[in-house]
Design a protein around this ligand. Structure first.
Ligand code: AMP
Length: 407
């Protein structure tokens, strides 16, 4: 590893990271390792398999990327494969590796579906040390012998529960089978249903478990509340919330693709700059929406759950669930887009009469009651919703709830 960097003595170097990497993260502005980094980095450097459950926004990517870069040391063959469920996550991981590996000569490449093969073929031909990939497209490349996994030393299976949801586990298994048995495997999943536990015991060897915080709860830095409202007043309430909120960047989640398009149009008509992200949009449109949101060109991104998991969008100040997610776990993922890595964030969820059951199942899932809030000055036409929801789903509110109430 080229070392024209100063001698480092930081919290990161104490974890066993070399000067180049400790310097790199310092340049990026990290002063302290996050808990998952503190726990995983020494274990990964020691060559152990790891099964990690960490919430998104905990610094998970650096937790595996930094020690992997150190272990690979210098340019050689394709020795590290990271499997991700979506192209957005794969892109994000590739970017993180590119950043952290800045002071090395390691080559990082990415392959994912939904785009042409040309550039990917060229990249694969050029050769790389680290490959981030989605399972389907990687299998295509493997079948066409465009790359080989025979030299893989480290395999990262990320967001495995999402891979299960998306039906990718058979593909993942076929890919794992093409890697050497002697590899080191790092396995990340937010939940551990039986299918995933089975995959883990098949793919991992004597793994260390790294568990960060309570899996089911959102980050402590997020304050979140439910806003009961009748369906016909949802958009009006959204508008008032936006008017009353001093936001920098807002991520709005809808349940359906059509809903996302509709809300986007209405917000645009009201003078907001808006990007839209859902699975009916082409890959190019999705990248444009995400990049525009990240760069500040769009003050709002309207998305379906495709954007909910794992996407690292720095500085999202607010998340608004225009629709309550059907799946309680998605609530935690959606609101996890704000309050990332110790920043504070706010999350609003509009709850209509039809959502009461889903809202309660979210509270049960997290084991906390979520505060119901009323917006001052809004002409509610049906306030009984507040009474129906007044009883929290759990007997004892948590400190987070109390904190939220003081706001
Ligand atoms: P991740 O959970 O990997 O998606 O990371 C979430 C965000 O935290 C990313 O924007 C990282 O750049 C940032 N991050 C990772 N590690 C640290 C750290 N030790 N200190 C501050 N920010 C960090």
């Amino acid at each position: 590893m080229p070392v024209d960097v100063p001698k480092m003595d930081t919290a990161f170097s104490k974890l066993g990271l070399c000067d180049a990497l400790a310097f790199g993260v310092q340049e990026k502005g990290y002063t302290e390792p996050t808990p998952i980094q503190a726990q995983s980095i020494p274990q990964i450097l020691a060559g152990r398999d790891v099964i990690g459950s960490a919430q998104t926004g905990t610094g998970k990517t650096a937790a595996f990327a930094l020690p992997i870069i150190q272990m690979l040391a210098g340019h050689g063959a394709l020795r590290c494969l990271i499997l991700e469920p979506t192209r957005e996550l794969a892109l994000q991981v590739e970017e993180a590796f590119q950043t952290y590996a800045k002071f090395t000569d390691l080559q990082v490449t990415i392959v994912y579906g939904g785009v042409g093969y040309g550039k990917q073929l060229e990249d694969l031909k050029r050769g790389m040390d680290i490959l981030a990939a989605t399972p389907g497209r990687l299998l295509d490349h493997l079948e066409q012998r465009n790359c080989s996994l025979k030299d893989i030393d480290v395999l990262v299976l990320d967001e495995v529960d999402r891979m299960l949801d998306m039906g990718f586990l058979p593909d993942v298994k076929r890919i794992v089978e093409q890697t050497p048995k002697s590899r080191q495997t790092l396995f990340f999943t937010a939940t551990l249903p039986p299918e995933i536990a089975q995959l883990a015991s098949w793919a991992l060897r004597d793994p260390v478990r790294v568990e960060i915080g309570r899996q089911r709860s959102p980050a402590e830095t997020i304050s979140h509340a439910f806003y009961p409202v009748v369906a016909s007043q949802k958009f009006d309430l959204l508008q008032l919330l936006l008017e009353q909120t001093d936001f920098k960047s807002v991520l709005v989640f809808t349940r359906t693709r059509m809903g996302a398009d509709r809300i986007a149009r209405r917000l645009q008509n009201n003078g907001h700059t808006v990007g839209v992200m859902h699975s009916d949009r082409s890959q190019r449109e999705r990248v444009e929406a995400l990049d525009g949101f990240k760069s500040g060109k769009f003050e709002m991104l309207i998305a379906t759950d495709i954007a909910a998991r794992g996407l690292d969008i720095a500085g999202v100040s607010h998340v608004i669930n225009y629709d309550v997610p059907e799946n309680a776990e998605d609530y935690v993922h959606r609101i996890g887009r704000t309050g990332r890595a110790q920043n504070t964030g706010d999350a609003f969820t509009l709850v209509t009469e039809d959502d009461v059951r889903d809202a309660r199942s979210i509270e049960r899932y997290m084991g906390v009651a979520v505060e119901r809030k009323k917006v001052e000055g809004f002409p509610y036409i049906y306030s009984a919703l507040f009474d129906e929801n007044a009883q929290p789903a759990t007997a004892k509110p948590t400190s987070r709830l109390h904190r939220g109430m003081r706001r």
